[in-house]
Write a protein that binds this ligand. Sequence first.
Ligand code: FPP
Length: 255
Amino acid sequence: MKIFPSSTTQAIPETGEVPVHVAIIMDGNGRWAKQRLMPRTAGHMRGVQAVRRTVEACGQRGVRYLTLFAFSSENWRRPQQEVSLLMRLFVQALEKEVDKLVEQGVRLRVVGDLGAFDEHLRALIHDAERRTEHLSTLTLTIAANYGGRWDILQATRRLLAARPELAERPDALDESALAPYLSMAYAPEPDLFIRTGGEQRISNFMIWQLAYTELYFTRTYWPDFNAAALDEAFEWYRGRERRFGRTSEQLRVPQ
Ligand code: FPP
């Protein structure tokens, strides 16, 4: 199968049994902890184990891109203690897990407004990205201080800075001009979106790229997510008819 970033609104992508790109909102850490009379932060700590399991399971199943929403632009609104714990977990993961990623052939990329993070964390991110940049079995993207609207705005700003003449000729602005400036321009659009924890919303995650993504919601809390839960999502995905705007009849006869 050819792997290259393309636009689902401009061309119909090749699809297979296993999604090429899986994007996940890892929700339910707080409720998982509350059910056990533990602090919310305990849920996040268990959440890191689920991240490890999911990366491994996706690699084994032939997924090429896995994108995880670790911290949204809106998560700064949480209690200071919880924000600090999430930052610490991120630092620890970068310090401890990169060797394992290298062993598994996983390339790590971090997208989002990283300017808001402290210098130490930014240096760790840069180092981990550099150490894994030659790997390609699976590209793991962590979205941190990320928001879909932020992404579209930063892409627009960078496009206009690079091509100021577009401001005078707005008709010349099209999807293919903007798309290369989106922070995940290196990846095809997600085939499958998974949100754990029972809520059914997108929460400002990859709002441009989810245009034709299949949306899967499960009540499972993120700390309980595992290979079996991933397989359930994949089985559901295999049953979807991906029409990309066409009719069912068109899909049955070869075009
Ligand atoms: C949502 O659960 C989860 C988060 C905001 C953070 C996700 C972070 C991790 C899984 C750990 C760190 C990640 C990496 C990549 C090292 P919630 O707190 O909103 O749960 P709730 O809806 O039950 O309150």
